[in-house]
Design a protein around this ligand. Structure first.
Ligand code: UDX
Length: 453
């Protein structure tokens, strides 16, 4: 096959992409699929029954659903562990069939989420190259790949999850920034990571939804250590913009855009903790009264299941609605990227999931972080300590501290400085995705690699 130049599209190449079925993983994989489709590749998405994306939002792709054998009410760690076992046979069967598909053309390359490590031995045995998509950032990836070593050194199980003692092996993280799996899942967690890292080492390349201008040294370190090509091609949602269908598992409430249009420039704090994080009932009260007392306009996403123990809409405290009616809006799910790019939004109170963090950087919105689990504490550390474009609530959810932090971010001098710094980061990001920019060059290199198979 000819090398793919800017205007030379590899019509015959058929790629199979398999996302991990959580919102924060589905979004970047479907954005990548959209991007590759826009470059002329034909796309098949293999997906689980659990959290399946809506094929009608992606009419240009072919979808193959596979059974996962999952039951309700499982912890995400257990879901991953089960998928890595139960999906192996059905995935092999679909791939084997599609390797000789005469209608769409045979599959020439498989791209799967890093956490779906079982796919490596299957692609090896069927002799098709596998490229890995990592949906966290490079710093988190180094942290995750260091966990077996940290375990050997005695860091795990973590005795004091609030410890501020530095972890010299992975600066600038402290013990409290390390991923902490629930005690009952520590064994599963370690096993998944060991398999994940070894499968990724055996793959043909590593795609990151990350950027050289944000993590150059760390990305080079990964390149040296893994000895496979590394492609930092973030932010995928920006690259795919204008072509992409929605991979949202919940319906976004677009009415908030009309509400935002009535607010003053940079006055609104947008609050969302992503698709999985959940808090306890008393924390919801602290959040609500912290927001109310700050006096700042807010748009708050309270998704069904956000409060532990309740699958439906959370009950906000009595008096909260009356108190905030003229300056607050609560929705179940928001069109987040649109919200963050709205001129009325001046701050983002986030759990620090990587997609949310990256979206906030790309839209130039400074952050207040309250990390909940896994990579989020490390992301918050980057935001507050390295890029200095936000701050972290370090001591739990308490209304006075929340009120104070929101005012510092939205109207204080510190917030102003953070807004200036994040504006610079945003400009660097904008440059990266233009022709000649680092992410653009990495994307060209990725397309060259895929086209060489
Ligand atoms: C998870 C992990 O928590 C995260 O740390 C990891 O990096 C990826 O997987 P999640 O917790 O859902 O993801 O957070 P995040 O990574 O921020 O992804 C959430 C996605 O949902 C974002 O793309 C965001 O734009 C979208 N979203 C969120 C909405 O579209 N609407 C909302 O109301 C909230």
């Amino acid at each position: 096959m000819a090398r793919v130049g800017e205007n030379q599209l590899p019509q015959a190449h058929h790629l199979l992409l398999f996302p991990c079925p959580f919102q924060g993983h589905l979004n970047p994989m479907l954005q990548l699929a959209t991007l590759l489709h826009s470059k002329g590749f034909s796309i098949t998405i293999v997906h689980t029954q659990f959290n399946s994306p809506n094929p009608s939002n992606f009419s240009n792709f072919h979808f193959e659903i596979i059974p996962d054998g999952l039951s309700d009410g499982l912890h995400p760690m257990d879901i991953l562990s089960i998928i890595n076992v139960n999906c192996a046979a059905p995935f092999r069967a679909v791939l084997a069939r599609m390797l000789s598909d005469n209608r769409r053309g045979p599959i020439t390359c498989v791209i799967t989420d890093d956490v779906l490590s079982f796919t490596q031995s299957i692609t090896d045995s069927l002799k098709v190259p596998r490229i890995v998509l990592v949906t966290c950032n490079a710093t988190s990836y180094v942290t995750i790949s260091s966990i077996p070593m940290l375990h050997q050194k005695g860091y795990y199980p973590i005795e004091d999850p609030n410890s501020e003692v530095p972890v010299p092996e992975i600066p600038p993280l402290r013990v409290k920034d390390l991923p902490v799996p629930p005690p009952s899942t520590v064994g599963t967690f370690l096993q998944l990571i060991v398999r994940q890292i070894s499968a990724t080492r055996a793959s043909s390349g590593l795609i990151f939804n990350a950027l050289d201008c944000l993590e150059q040294t760390t990305l080079s370190k990964i390149q040296q250590e893994f000895r496979i090509p590394v492609f930092p091609i973030g932010p995928l949602y920006k690259f795919a913009a204008g072509h992409s269908g929605s991979s949202s598992l919940l319906s976004p409430d677009h009415s908030c855009m009309a509400w935002l249009a009535k607010q003053a420039p940079k006055s609104v704090i947008y609050v969302s903790f992503g698709s999985i994080a959940a808090i306890d009932g008393p924390d919801l009260l602290e959040m609500a009264w912290g927001l109310a007392n700050s006096g700042q306009p807010f748009l708050w996403v309270v998704r069904p299941g956000f409060v532990n123990g309740s699958e439906c809409a959370a009950e906000l405290p009595e008096g909260f609605e009356e108190e905030t009616r003229d300056r607050g809006l609560v929705v179940k799910w928001a069109p987040q990227q649109e919200v963050l790019s709205h001129p009325s939004v001046g701050g983002f109170w986030t759990h620090g999931g990587w997609n949310s963090t990256l979206e906030s950087v790309c839209e130039g919105v400074p952050m207040l972080c309250w990390p909940c689990f896994m990579d989020q504490a490390g992301n918050a550390r980057l935001v507050s300590h390295v890029w200095r474009v936000g701050m972290t609530l370090e001591n739990g959810l308490e209304r006075c501290e929340i009120d104070w932090a929101i005012r510092r971010l939205m109207v204080g001098n510190e917030g102003k400085e953070m807004r200036e710094r994040i504006k610079d980061l945003k400009e660097n990001v904008d440059r990266s995705i233009r022709k000649g920019g680092s992410s653009h060059q990495s994307l060209d290199a990725l397309i060259d690699l895929i086209s060489s198979f």
